[in-house]
Design a protein. Sequence first.
Length: 334
Amino acid sequence: MALNPKLKSTLVFCLKLVVTLVPAYFVYRNIVGAPDWDVGDLFRLFSWSGVLPFVIALLCLAVSNFTACLQWKLLLEKQGVHLKYGHLLKLYYVGLFFNNFMPGNVGGDVKKVYDIRMQGGQDSVGAGLTATFFDRLFGLFFVTLFALGMGALFFVHDDAQRAFVWPSIWIFLGFCLLFACLCSRRLGRLCSNLMAKVLPQKIHFRLDHMFNRFQYFRSFRLWVQISLLSAVTQSLRIFVHYFCGIVVGVDLSISWYFYYIPLVAIVSALPISIGGFGPRELLAQSLFAKAGVASLESVVIQLLAYFVSLLLSLFGAFVFLLGDKPEHPKVKAE
């Protein structure tokens, strides 16, 4: 018997609330369980010397948003959806604003797909969905590459750190298999045939249409372009955490951030909690403890990085409330 949609939505929210609060409780317990813990420790983390690193973190994230939007634009244009960069940047910031308030940091992606639909008409729905989905996947794929690179260079010979290379390896291989299925005609057809046996016809038709759109990304030049843009974008976003660490007085090499933050980013991207809270902080706390960072500092770094994102996304809130005149681009796949 099918569940009532409202009841189902309530149950899903309650489950996400549990997944948020339970890890948050352990985060809190680890902090207050430290010897000589005092609430004044939180205020002593901040000083005027942390203002400059915080401003630099803001600048790093702002620049990364510009390069990320350019990558999104390239993926849309490959499918024939041509919008001005300035206009897309506004839509991108609106998506960022929604990402900060929707479960699993994916609400903004849904909003971006909807906005592309409103800008380009019904034919642009598939392009917006495909470009946004691929953009998100490729970003997570690239930070995984960073973690693997750092692991091979600095941590593979460290017995205490070597274990964290394996999750990155399996995630990397999983992404490679996924991209092969999305962009390979033969593998895509095989996956489509398998899905036809287990999925309803309507859902299968939509997924099959989406698979066909991924074929537009079979371009060496496009992969070079988005690889360069992702390298810049994801590096800058990891630097945001690094400078947030400096704000609270954490003296840690940037290599640790390139090794740990990718795993934190992947967990926070999963739609299993409210806004990524809870699992993100617990994982960061557990990982950075291996580098000698206290529980309080490791959690505050994540919260500061989120606050930086929230501040910049307020521009998206302004655009959303003000409204924006839609464009009417020509939608024709290349």
